[in-house]
Every structure is written in C-alpha cells, then in structure tokens.
Design a protein around this ligand. Structure first.
Ligand SMILES: Nc1nc2c(ncn2[C@@H]2O[C@H](COP(=O)(O)OP(=O)(O)OP(=O)(O)O)[C@@H](O)[C@H]2O)c(=O)[nH]1
Ligand SMILES: [Mg+2]
Length: 258
C-alpha cells in the first residue's frame, strides 16, 4: 500500500483554493499515459465551474492512438484537452493560443495537477525561460508562485497534489510507474512486477518480464543470484524513458477508467 501526502500538499490545496478566485482559467496537467488515474478528483471538485484546459503531458511517451481516444473522451465531457511534449515550445504554443481564446483574454492562469505531471515545465514554456525549477522526480515545487508571461498576463505554478488515500491498487502502481510518487515511498520491485504482469495480461509483448529484463541486462550478483532490486529500478527507468516504446497505462475502454 503506497501512502504519501506530505504537509505541503494540504497547504497547497488551500493556496490553490484561494488563487482560484483570482484566475480566469485553470490548466490541469495530466500525464498522457494515465489520463484518468493521473487526475486528482479533489482538485477537479475544487475547480468547480472554472474554465479548465487539460494538458496531457508526456504524449511523446504515450500511445498516440489511445491519447487521441482520451481527447475524445474529454471532448464528450465538454473539456478541451491537448496532448503535448511540454519540453517542446511548439506544443506549448497551442496552450498559449487556448489561453488567449476565452470570452475575454486571460489575465491570470493557474497550472495544477498531481506531482511530477509537468506543471513547472508548462510554466517555463509559457514564460519562455527556465523560471520554475523542474526535475525528474515528484515533489520538486513546494510552494505556489506567480510568473509573468507578458505584460498583464500571469501564471501561477503550484506544488503537485495527490489525494490523501489512493483507493485502487492498480492506480497506486500506475502512479508510481509514471513518477508521481517519490522513489523512496514504494518498493520498485513490486511496481515493476505489477507493470510487467499488466503488460502480459493485456498482451503488450514489448515489455519483458522482470526476470528476462534482469538476465538480459546482466543484473546478476556474484554467485549467479539476480539483483532484482536494481533490475527493478532500471526497469522502471526504462519504462519512463520510453525504452519499451510508447505505452499508455489506461485505455478509455478499461472498465476501471470510466
Ligand atoms: N518526456 C517528457 N518529459 C516531460 C514532459 N513534461 C515534463 N517532462 C519532464 O518531467 C519532469 C518533471 O517535470 P516538472 O515540470 O518538474 O513536473 P511538476 O509537475 O512541476 O512536478 P512537481 O513540482 O514535483 O509536482 C522533468 O524532468 C521534465 O523535463 C513531456 O511532455 N515529455
Ligand atoms: Mg513543479
């Protein structure tokens, strides 16, 4: 069971609630590989009727046809969703375009989402400089902060917020696999095994079993014993770098995701 809800998240939720009164639009960053489980229902309830743009980040790592299917799901719920590689300026140009498209042009926007979803990367692309700190791990941004996009236009970066209790075991390992939970909070071996078993179950042959991966990559200690801990870490890293190809962990067809 993975549990992680540090104090700064509760505080961030309060700060976000306060800031929502000031903003015209909320940009919700969601990892394209996990469009349902990677959203925070508490955050979405808080957004209420606020204008919302969903930005599916890491679409470069997600299955393109599933991402298209997800965008249609959002459209059916009257939510505008765009798929991006947030590190690419061209992608973010589309978000900037959407911000300018509202009833009246945006003066203030807020970027929200779960940890490591790519929020600060989006902010940096919007302000066109590395203003907010980004890193390949969850929990980098610790406080809310305003940044200036253009004269009279501001965007707030916020810390990633999870729900205090992640109900589904499937969602727990999937959140770990996409990097939303810090590495020291879960057992990499358990998560890697779940990922490999899930792939086998749905017939995704590009993901090897953890044993096959360990053997192939030479994760063997002296005496022939397999170093499963390091193999599992390497397995999860390979997944997160797209070494197994572009893989989405949820399909709109999954009963779980609807
Ligand atoms: N491949 C890929 N990597 C991305 C994308 N967007 C962000 N990243 C990377 O993901 C990592 C996390 O990005 P951040 O912008 O720090 O994420 P965050 O949501 O601000 O994270 P916290 O502040 O910890 O909640 C960084 O290493 C980014 O370079 C994307 O679209 N594609
Ligand atoms: Mg951040």
């Amino acid at each position: 069971m993975i549990q992680w809800y540090p104090g700064h998240m509760a505080q961030a939720m309060r700060r976000i609630a306060d800031a929502l009164r000031l903003v015209d639009v909320a940009v919700e960053a969601i990892d394209a590989r996990l469009p349902c489980g990677g959203a925070n229902p508490a955050l979405e309830r808080m957004l209420g009727r606020k204008r919302r743009i969903v930005v599916l980040t890491r679409s470069d790592l997600a299955d393109p046809s599933l991402t298209r299917a997800w965008i249609e799901v959002f459209a059916r719920r009257s939510v505008t969703a765009v798929a991006v590689d947030a590190r690419q300026a061209r992608s973010i140009g589309r978000i900037a375009g959407l911000l300018a498209q509202g009833k009246r042009s945006t003066a203030r926007a807020i970027v929200v989402g779960i940890p490591n979803a790519g929020k600060s990367t989006i902010v940096n692309a919007l302000v066109k400089r590395a203003a907010a700190k980004t890193e390949r791990r969850a929990g980098v941004t610790r406080r809310t902060q305003w940044f200036r996009i253009a004269p009279g236009v501001e965007v707030m970066d916020t810390p990633g917020v999870l729900v205090p209790k992640i109900a589904s075991l499937q969602t727990q390992w999937k959140l770990a696999a996409v990097g939303a939970i810090p590495r020291e909070r879960f057992d990499p071996e358990a998560v890697a095994v779940q990922l490999a078993q899930w792939a086998a179950r749905i017939g995704l042959r590009r993901l090897p079993s953890l044993e096959a991966f360990a053997a192939e990559r030479g994760f063997v200690r002296r005496g022939g014993k397999v170093d499963t801990h390091n193999a599992a870490q390497s397995y999860l890293r390979a997944f997160d770098h797209g070494a197994f190809g572009r893989i989405s962990l949820e399909s709109p067809d999954d009963a779980e995701a609807t």
